[in-house]
Write a protein that binds this ligand. Sequence first.
Ligand code: A3P
Length: 261
Amino acid sequence: MAEIGRRFVPRPTTDVHIVTYPKAGTSWIQEVAWLVNHDADIATSNDVPSSQRTVYIELRTTDNDKLSQLENVPIESPRHIKWHHSSDLLPEQIVSDSKSKIIYLLRNPKDTVVSWYHFQKKIALYGFTGDFDAFFELFLQGNVAYGCYMHNVRSWWKLRHRPNVLILTYEDMHADLSTVVQKVATFLGKDIMPQQVAAIVEHCQFQQMKDNPMTSNMRKGQVGDWRNCLSEDQSRRMDIWVDEHEQQDVGSDERLPLIYE
Ligand code: A3P
């Protein structure tokens, strides 16, 4: 992040930042946002991997310098950039600049912890070999990659009144994707026709994305799957944990929009 802070040169009027805590549905919202900003260009999205169209800037790999890749994007093309960190860790010029467009997607912590546990087991990079109960404890402690869920989510939620920040929820995407597509279009200042909205909604259905090699990396894609995984005690402890964090500095009328089913 320090290197990104030093080297990243924002293009405030055209950059689109997609920010989430891991497993909030990043691939879903990044596909929606990219399509909205590219006039529902389904053909390109079926041809070019989503990870090339939206650059995961924080993922450092030996063979690919993401910062150079982003610098080489032609000036007239909007850059879509994915982040997972809390707002205090992103380069200051992005967060404070009122022109940099930031879309933050929030997912309830119970489904997030379940989704992330399965991902950790699948991806060797994390080296996690424990069971769900062990992962649950690490998650509550904030002792996982990208740190504490509550810190991350609240750091962005506090910025929700800024005109350059749009906060959406995974659960709202589930309930009514068309409305979310329209919200993203309004936020990005794009005129969008009803048939384009319909095409994006169709393209971004769970099964479509799962079957599409350009976007596939889906598991169950449900709201409420946590009920199959968390014990009653874990669910209750997580409610208390959320309350405790919320009471720290967010007023009672400003609670996070956490939807569990
Ligand atoms: P599950 O593990 O609960 O299935 P991320 O992209 O941030 O890694 O988030 C991954 C989660 O988003 C996974 O949740 C995945 O199935 C879900 N997801 C991705 N695309 C989706 C879609 N089109 N519809 C519903 N859920 C989707």
